[in-house]
Ligand binder design. Structure first.
Ligand code: BES
Ligand code: MN
Ligand code: ZN
Length: 491
């Protein structure tokens, strides 16, 4: 697919499918739109009348014109006062899917400009189209792509914004990498292949990679992480990718992702209906988001040093498995009574946070498919945001809003740490069921000493069964867009 930031308008562009975005206020047609109606010999008005088109967000209609424009389509944008980046992104996805359905090779998109920002409008439309058209057929025997048809996309009346098209392409590269890592089964994405993916990113885009093998992790005293890794036949891989800008970095940041390539639950095995054991390939969604962000950032090249970290492993069962009741010592010396082997993500993150804390960065954010309790609290579309730091929480919330990823701040209720009190060790790894996502965040906080930190529980939005505009069912790549936006806007 090729994108062009075109100086043509809906009155001059010609091609297979012209899609015009209409807000509720643009009806009845006036000005430019009535000129377009004339150009189309009145077919635009006919289309609106015949389909009783009210420009509701998500609605669309298409009619055959013939001649310079083969098909003319309209996409509803809702009320113009509600127009935001997310409605543009979704409308762009509707336009692309419509053009594909109509077997169009060239698509012209004529949408209003958001907030006097042609730059952001360009980026957002391109994101919506690219992400909507991504399909993953790697594991199907019939690999013929049904999107082969759509090849040329022109963003009309947006001349000269090539840099924003490029930014969109870099961001989408990252989102698609994250989706494909999450969607791949646990016999394909393992700790070993995840480290290979990090090596590919390093090689392709000039980042430095350090992979700490088991012996090095032992030397650093990473007993919590290695406790989880014990039952796996796969070696643990502690991944540390670094992007260093040319010149002096404006800021230094670290991203940490939970990297469980499969979570069986361990001896507290995930059993019975609703345990979702068969979906636990997605338990590396945090690591996927972090590697996706690495791929995007390495291409966008901001003035910020960024560390991308994941303590990758599987949570398995064998004679070597950690026992429920084991006491582990993390690399900061704190001891943990493992009262539930299925609360493994926080054990791996504990050592990853201690490691990242020592890098001397200005802020660090971890992403983790950490708790079912967060899904109970916020549902499948919204991630939980936990941070003792209001400024960082606000910056992430704003980044998520621009990126079109839903994020909701949760309380770090210190008192709930009582639920993790252990008789024999410094803490247990699992508290009572109520407030389960909060106790998980409070557990992580024990492993952060010096660095401004936030935690995102992405257990809900990492995967979606629903077809949702630019997210087709399956892995969403959640987190990449928010992280990239946050890094680019951080001062
Ligand atoms: N990976 C799971 C959390 C999860 C559950 C992610 C469902 C996505 C969908 C995590 O390791 C886990 O098992 N958490 C337990 C914690 C409990 C034992 C305190 C949970 O949420 O049940
Ligand atoms: Mn688990
Ligand atoms: Zn897990």
């Amino acid at each position: 697919m090729k994108f062009v930031a075109a100086d043509k308008s809906c009155l001059t562009w010609s091609g297979d499918c012209l899609v015009v975005g209409l807000s509720e206020e643009s009806l009845p047609l006036t000005g430019l739109l009535s000129n377009l109606n004339e150009r189309a010999s009145g077919l635009l008005q006919e289309l609106i009348d015949e389909t009783d088109f009210k420009a509701k967000a998500g609605s669309s209609a298409v009619i055959r014109v013939g001649g310079e424009i083969r098909k003319l389509a309209i996409v509803g944008l809702g009320a113009s006062e509600d127009l935001n980046l997310e409605s543009l992104r979704r409308a762009a996805a509707v336009a692309a899917k419509l053009a594909k359905r109509e077997k169009c090779a060239s698509l012209g998109i004529s949408f209003p400009i958001w907030n006097n920002s042609p730059e952001r409008t360009t980026q957002t439309i391109a994101e919506g189209v690219t992400l909507a058209m991504h399909e993953d057929k790697r594991f199907k025997s019939d690999t013929e792509s049904s999107t082969a048809g759509l090849s040329d996309i022109s963003l009309l009346d947006l001349p000269g914004y090539e840099a924003d098209l490029a930014k969109a392409a870099h961001v989408c590269d990252g989102v698609i990498l994250a989706r494909e890592l999450v969607a791949a089964p646990p016999n394909v994405v393992t700790p070993v292949t995840l480290a290979e993916t990090a090596a590919d990113i390093a090689k392709d885009h000039g980042l430095t990679l350090k992979v700490l093998e088991q012996a090095e992790c032992e030397a650093l005293g990473m007993g919590a992480y290695l406790g989880v890794a014990m039952a796996s036949d796969m070696p643990p891989k502690f991944i540390h990718l670094t992007y260093t800008p040319q010149g002096t970095p404006k800021r230094k940041l670290a991203l940490i992702g939970k990297g469980l390539t499969f979570d069986s639950g361990g001896l507290n095995i995930k059993a019975g209906a609703g345990s979702m054991i068969e979906l636990m390939k997605m338990d590396m969604g945090g690591a996927a988001a972090v590697l996706g962000a690495a791929k995007a950032i390495a291409q966008i090249k901001p003035d910020v040093e960024v560390h991308f970290i994941s303590a990758a492993t599987e949570n398995m069962i064998s004679g070597h498995a950690m026992h429920p009741g084991d006491i582990l010592t993390a690399s900061n010396g704190k001891t943990i009574e493992v009262n539930n082997t299925d609360a493994e993500g926080r054990l791996t993150l504990a050592d990853a946070l201690v490691y990242a804390d020592k890098l001397g960065v200005d802020a660090m954010v971890d992403l983790a498919t950490l708790t079912g309790a967060c899904i109970v609290a916020l549902g499948n579309d919204v991630a939980g945001l936990f941070s003792p730091n209001d400024e960082l929480a606000e910056a992430l919330a704003q980044a998520a809003d621009k990126a079109g990823e839903k994020l909701w701040r949760m309380p770090m209720e210190d008192k709930y740490f009582d639920g993790l009190k252990s008789i024999v060790a410094d803490m247990k790894n699992t508290g009572p069921r109520p407030g389960g996502s909060i106790t998980a965040a409070l557990f992580l906080k024990q492993f952060v000493k010096d660095t401004t930190w936030a935690h995102m529980d992405i257990a809900g939005p990492v995967w979606s069964e629903k077809d949702n505009a630019y997210n087709n069912p399956g892995a969403t790549g959640y987190g990449v867009r928010t992280l990239v936006q946050w890094i680019l806007e951080s001062h």
